[in-house]
Design a protein around this ligand. Structure first.
Ligand SMILES: Nc1ncnc2c1ncn2[C@@H]1O[C@H](COP(=O)(O)OP(=O)(O)OP(=O)(O)O)[C@@H](O)[C@H]1O
Length: 208
């Protein structure tokens, strides 16, 4: 599914990741590693959010040569999402809906599933951390991407939302074959623990 070739990332001359080759089959992946080892950097690179050396291809589309085609396969939610304070959740959902050509029915289902209907008409400035998080996760699921990348998806969620997201990840993998690449500092839901594969960042590289 995902092929990394000669991938290298440095910040101010300091190498953070150096991965000669990595092939990931479709699955639910959790990435582990010490603080500062490069987990978020790895997720942002795969999501096409930060520059890097080398190349990545997803289902045959190269991020280097076909960036638009590559990104169409990806859903992404940041660890600490931030939106322009004047935008409403509806503004953002409508934008994603248009860009990703998402059917109205699917959008309504996601709004219901993520339980954002009671605040989505308000401006992002008034959202709590957990509300912003739920909206960001909803946006990552829009358009049925083949790989959904979630950096710390469970932080700031209450117990109900935690279960809801864990169930939805598992269901989306089982029903649609969508792969997930996620990081977490928290204990995982038992169901997800059984379904996952673990990637570990050690010495600037990834071990499966
Ligand atoms: N924008 C940046 N500019 C400079 N250095 C950065 C930047 N982003 C990350 N780094 C450095 O890259 C390294 C990896 O950071 P990263 O955030 O990927 O780690 P992490 O494994 O996600 O950490 P944590 O578990 O603490 O969330 C760290 O040494 C960090 O200081």
């Amino acid at each position: 599914m995902l092929q990394l070739t000669q991938l290298r990332k440095s910040y101010q001359g300091q190498v953070v990741l150096d991965i000669p080759s990595l092939l990931l089959d479709p699955a639910i992946y959790w990435i582990q590693g010490a603080n500062g080892s490069g987990k978020s950097t790895f997720l942002k690179i795969i999501a096409g959010m930060v520059p890097f050396e080398g190349d990545i291809s997803l289902r045959g589309s190269s991020l280097r040569n076909s960036p638009l085609a590559y990104r169409q396969h990806i859903g992404w939610a940041a660890a600490e999402p931030l939106y322009p304070p004047f935008m409403t959740g509806i503004d953002l959902v409508t934008l994603y809906q248009r860009i990703r050509k998402v059917p109205q029915k699917e959008t309504y289902q996601l709004i219901e599933r993520f339980n954002v209907g009671n605040f989505i008409k308000g401006q992002a400035a008034a959202y709590s951390a957990g509300m912003t998080k739920r909206l960001s996760l909803l946006l990552a699921f829009m358009g049925e991407p083949s790989l959904i990348i979630l950096d710390e998806p469970l932080t700031t969620l209450d117990a109900n939302s935690f279960t809801l997201i864990s169930d939805l990840i598992l269901e989306t993998w089982q029903k649609k074959g969508t792969s997930f690449l996620m990081s977490s500092h928290q204990e995982l839901d038992t169901n997800l623990l059984h379904a996952q594969k673990v990637l570990t960042v050690i010495n600037q590289s990834i071990v499966q």
